[in-house]
Design a protein around this ligand. Structure first.
Ligand SMILES: NC(=O)CC[C@H](N)C(=O)O
Length: 632
């Protein structure tokens, strides 16, 4: 991916189902849980680098003993930072307490973070800022164990402002506007309510206050709390929570927009945003790991019971396809195949752009995430070439000599490592021209890899803004003097904002949107811009279910090719010698390649929740009014 888009977050939850000394005995360490958490988070570092946090719960502690710990960081290497903080604290105590290393019972009393339940999070913010206060997990503390709540999520709600207002209407006074607080307080509100009801019930049955506490923990109906809390959420989410006494849950949104996977055996329950993370960290087979179904929650009760509960009626499944194209680790068995297929399915369009001339075409990719689709593309080029060879051989059958046959067979797709990504270059001079020159050097090229008679086909996973292409990649590729550069995007054109966890909220940032505006300008049909704006305004007071996406109309008059060509025009840097063409995946082929993840609103404007239509129209209003805010 050449455009760095802020995307996603990752969650990791581990529940140890056995007492800590079991792990000490079997795996040689009582820190088994912490170590697994470290790996689960590190293996999801692709999902978030703004911040990281970890919370832990020790079960069955006596009053006065600490049972919850949390550490968060928004430093440069946040995962490393939190685990070095954890290590330092633990080592300091171990160093100063002789004998502690082998006394698990005492360790649990004395060492922070050593517990049975863990929740970790890596963050890319989609709401608010990157201050430490925005880093998950969030904590809602209380002197009653079962009223403590810890929350972390990979999510974005389109209606978080409305949810915030509701809390205020309830008479609450949230201390911050962070979306996670809003969501947590809503769960917390129903948690309190449920605890109250249970307390009254047990009191009626004659239990004393102190006797009621463990009974409340045991009977706490997490399903009911989540049903009430999530009823009004409109968004994409994998929302994880821990309750002070040791219950845990992860709830997935009803359209399955955000991913969540779980695994369970008699020792552990593990939940993560990506499947191969669990596969690698616990060395378990692919089929043993299950996806949390849309609208469902996995609830792990303190006693170790694991429940799979329907919380909300599932909507039509619209799992985010960007997870497959780019965000998730490509080491997942399915994702790997899907990415290769994305590359493969682009070949007919590529062949057209290079006039079938594979002999004079070099194939390459933008490092590093596009590597897998590149393999798919090259494999397909081989098949295409084989087809060509077969035709040539058959047509020359009568005159064929061994030399000629060898010559035909020798032709192979030419693949080269052309673009190289260098370390981030610092822009230390303020004036724009020299900055551009530095930016141009973020990528480098392999000299001699392309001849002036060659076409250069270079694949990337997506083109969002196109800035890096224009300012860096195309300029530097042009130094190799190819005849033609064909930039291939394994994703379709990104035309609409995301509001479900990717920080892509402004329309004017999208090069496809700018291309549509330019096409209207060329055609003299710019009046449509004002018209769409008015229609957006007219829907502002509608309830979400009545709102329709009117931004669609901006694209409607143009074909995909017209927009692609305009994008090429917009992205060609001044003075580019090579001819430039841009090829995008079609939406139909994306669906063919990623059949389980049909969520495609950023390409089609087809939002899976009613709030999405409100967001896209708001994004248009913001664009028109020159307002730089996010549209949710
Ligand atoms: N990418 C995400 O899932 C972000 C989570 C949450 N909306 C935040 O901003 O912190």
């Amino acid at each position: 991916m050449s455009d760095a888009i802020k995307h996603e977050c990752g969650i990791a939850l581990v529940r140890l189902l056995k007492p800590l000394d079991y792990y000490k005995e079997k795996y040689g360490t009582s820190f088994y849980g912490i170590q697994k958490m470290y790996l689960m988070m590190e293996k999801q570092h692709n999902r978030g680098q703004d911040g990281a946090g970890l919370a832990s719960i020790k079960m069955d502690m006596d009053p006065g003993e600490r049972y919850m710990s949390r550490v968060r960081s928004n430093q440069q290497q946040p995962i490393q930072d939190i685990f070095s903080q954890i290590n330092n604290r633990i080592n300091e105590i171990l160093d100063n307490t002789p004998g502690l290393i082998d006394d698990v019972e005492e360790q649990k009393k004395q060492l922070p973070y050593l517990g049975e339940l863990y929740l970790g999070h890596v963050r890319y913010g989609t709401f608010g800022k990157n201050s430490i206060e925005s880093v998950h997990p969030f904590l809602r503390q209380n002197n009653w164990m079962h009223r403590n709540l810890i929350v972390a999520g990979n999510f974005n709600m389109t209606n978080v402002n409305e949810l915030f207002e509701r809390l205020v209407r309830l008479g609450q006074h949230p201390k911050e506007k962070a979306d996670t607080i809003t969501v947590m307080e809503r769960i917390g509100h129903f948690l309190d309510d449920e605890v109250n009801k249970l307390y009254k019930k047990f009191k009626r049955e004659g239990y004393s206050k102190i006797e009621a506490s463990p009974l409340i923990a045991e009977h706490l109906n997490i399903t009911k709390i989540l049903k009430r809390a999530a009823k009004s959420w409109d968004g994409g989410y994998a929302m994880a929570g821990l309750v002070g006494h040791g219950d845990a849950f992860v709830l997935r949104d009803p359209a399955g927009i955000r991913p969540a996977y779980y695994y369970q055996d008699d020792e552990i329950v593990a939940i993560a945003s990506e499947r191969p993370v669990i596969q690698t960290v616990f060395n378990v087979d692919y089929d043993k790991i299950k996806e949390i179904e849309p609208g469902h929650a996995i609830i792990v009760k303190k006693a170790g019971e694991v429940l799979n509960k329907k919380i909300l009626n599932p909507l039509e499944r619209k799992a985010c396809s960007f997870e497959r194209i780019y965000f998730s680790r490509g080491s997942d068995k399915e994702i790997y195949e899907e990415r290769k297929t994305l590359g493969k399915l682009l070949m007919p369009q590529i062949i057209e752009k290079i006039d079938g001339d594979l002999e004079n075409t070099v194939f390459s990719y933008i490092p590093n995430t596009a590597e897998t689709s590149f393999y798919g593309m090259v494999k397909e080029a081989q098949s295409y070439l084989n087809q060509q060879k077969q035709e040539t051989i058959l047509s020359e059958m009568d005159t064929m000599t061994p030399e000629r046959l060898q010559e035909i067979l020798n032709v192979r797709p030419r693949i080269e490592k052309v673009a190289i990504k260098d370390a981030k270059l610092r822009t230390f001079i303020a004036d724009d021209n020299s900055r551009d020159d530095l930016v141009a050097h973020v990528y480098d090229i392999t000299y001699g890899s392309v001849k002036p008679t060659d076409n250069l086909v270079i694949i990337d996973d997506s083109i969002v803004r196109g800035t890096t292409l224009k300012k860096s990649i195309l300029r530097i590729l042009d130094r190799l003097s190819p005849k033609k550069i064909v930039v291939v995007s394994s994703a379709p054109q990104i035309r609409y904002p995301d509001c479900y966890g990717i920080d892509m909220a402004r329309l004017e940032d999208l090069v496809a949107f700018r291309a549509a505006l330019a096409l209207h300008k060329d055609a003299g049909t710019e009046a449509i811009i004002e018209d769409i704006y008015q229609r957006c305004l007219s829907q502002v007071d509608y309830t979400d279910t009545d709102v329709v996406n009117v931004v669609n109309d901006l694209y409607a008059p143009f074909t995909d090719e017209q927009i692609s060509d305009k994008i090429a025009e917009l992205l060609a840097p001044e003075g580019l010698k090579a001819e430039l063409e841009i090829v995008f995946q079609s939406v139909a082929k994306l669906h063919e390649a990623c059949p389980k993840n049909l969520g495609d609103w950023y390409f089609t404007g087809d939002y899976p929740t009613p709030g999405g239509n409100r967001v896209v129209n708001r994004a248009f209003i913001n664009f028109y009014e020159g307002n730089k805010e996010r549209a949710y």
